[in-house]
Design a protein around this ligand. Structure first.
Ligand code: 5AD
Ligand code: SF4
Length: 420
């Protein structure tokens, strides 16, 4: 679903319409499900209708969340940088432009880059922030990715599997609260048979209207075809790095081309693609990161999903150093310039690195999508990809963003161009 926008009511007319002040603009808007408002009230609205009345403080908090960096003083920026931004506005950045932007460090240039990305976001998808809920239903994994705390060889992890009933209940409960997009995530757990997953997806889709992403790793492509038939709509399936050698080092026994082939096949099956990479893998270069962005674009990624490496204990990468957060923000901003209409996700790893202000700085650099963890509390800590994983159930956001009704579904379908 998409975050609503706050506004102040200026006047209310008899024909179930109101004039509201949003930012500096007056808008005439239908009252929708809201009756009982008067001039001076604060409301949330979306597209053509009001969603609900809120306190002034809630409205101001949303304004803060949607704030931007000030417009840069272009005269003070060096010519090469200005030229590259100019090229970006025409949508024709080359790989060497991306490498150049990934290496900028001057604070004024960084701010200008983030600001430009944010302007691009607003011009293309306004201030609509997509909210996803994620249910981590199993932490068993047969793989041994070097970076991941859930790797099979990590025997310190308390493994769990939710039952099919628990998964369906968590999903239906979330949809009842207003979530319209959910991610079902697990390690690569063959303990869930094709039939079990099929029944879970079918049951969720029968019981509620929701867009479902699967994040379950490599499974036979025929299984994905069946899951699609029964209503799964997207896959969250990262390529992790576009560098084939690095990929095989980080994911022993796997090759990048298999993953890319699978992503292309999934796309052909009609799945919406969410993919991306880890930033800060050992040996990764700026060229690799530029290629990661280009690969996301080439794969027609609807939701770019990438984040910093959080070195995790009990993994071979435990002793690695963390990448600078500004590199993450640069990746967001450049991805926005290269894929203006995409839903760029603020990922848990970004939040873990910077806590709550990670989310806001990511928005200010062009991100527009968040994911809240809806894993039942009894198992949340066991989904241990890395230490101190950030957790925020998103209650504050839920207050603003979760609203129900046919109109809200229609709005989301229209905004996201996906059917639910
Ligand atoms: N740091 C950051 N991201 C990680 N992932 C796994 N381990 C880590 C880590 N230590 C990411 C991978 C995977 C996703 C589920 O979590 O990109 O695809
Ligand atoms: Fe398993 Fe995914 Fe972790 Fe790799 S990243 S070990 S596939 S859960």
């Amino acid at each position: 679903m998409c975050l609503t926008l706050p506004a102040k009511v200026l006047s209310v007319s008899d024909n179930k319409k109101a004039i509201i002040l949003s930012g500096t603009k007056d808008l005439e808007i239908s009252l929708g499900p809201v009756d009982d408002i008067k001039p001076g009230d604060w409301v949330l609205y979306t597209n053509e209708f009001l969603v609900k009345k809120v306190s002034e403080q809630d409205a101001r908090e949303i304004f803060d969340l949607l704030s931007s960096y000030p417009k840069p003083d272009y005269d003070k920026l060096e010519d090469k940088f200005k030229n590259v931004l100019e090229v970006a506005s025409r949508g024709t950045l080359t790989k060497s432009d991306l490498e150049y932007l990934l290496q900028i460090e001057d604070p004024a240039q960084l701010q200008a880059l983030y600001s430009e990305a944010n302007i691009t976001r607003k011009a293309n998808i306004k201030d609509h922030i997509c909210i996803h809920g994620i249910i981590e239903f199993s932490n068993y994994c047969r793989n041994n990715c070097l970076y991941c705390g859930l790797r099979a060889d990590n025997h310190e992890v308390q493994r769990y599997r939710l039952t099919p009933e628990e998964i369906v209940t968590a999903a239906v409960g979330a949809v009842d609260r207003g979530y319209k997009i959910l991610v079902l995530q697990s390690g690569e757990d063959m303990g869930f048979s094709e039939e079990t997953l099929y029944q879970i997806i079918k049951e969720i889709k029968n019981r509620c209207r929701v867009f479902l992403y699967l994040s379950i790793g490599d499974r036979p492509i025929e299984e994905y075809a069946k899951f699609r038939q029964v209503g799964a709509g997207g896959v969250l399936y990262r390529f992790e790095t576009s560098n084939a050698d690095l990929y095989s080092k980080m994911r022993p026994g796997h090759i990048l081309s298999d993953r890319i082939d699978a992503l292309k096949k999934l796309k052909k099956m009609g799945y919406v693609i969410a993919t991306g990479s880890i930033i800060g893998l050992p040996g990764q270069t700026v060229e690799d990161l530029a290629n990661d962005i280009l690969l996301m674009k080439e794969l027609d990624t609807f939701m770019p999903s990438f984040g910093p490496l959080i070195p995790s204990k009990n993994t071979p990468l435990a002793g690695e150093s963390k990448v600078d957060f500004s590199m993450v923000l640069k990746m967001i901003a450049i991805s926005r310039l290269v894929m203006p209409r995409s839903r760029i996700s603020v990922t848990t790893a970004m939040e873990t690195m910077r806590s709550t202000d990670g989310r806001q700085s990511a928005f200010m650099a062009g991100a527009n999508s968040v994911m809240f963890n809806l894993t039942p509390a009894s198992h949340r800590d066991d989904y241990y990809i890395y230490e101190d994983k950030f957790f925020d159930s998103g209650e504050k956001y839920e207050k603003w963003a979760l609203f129900k009704g046919e109109l809200s579904y229609q709005m989301m379908e229209q905004e996201l161009n996906i059917e639910i």
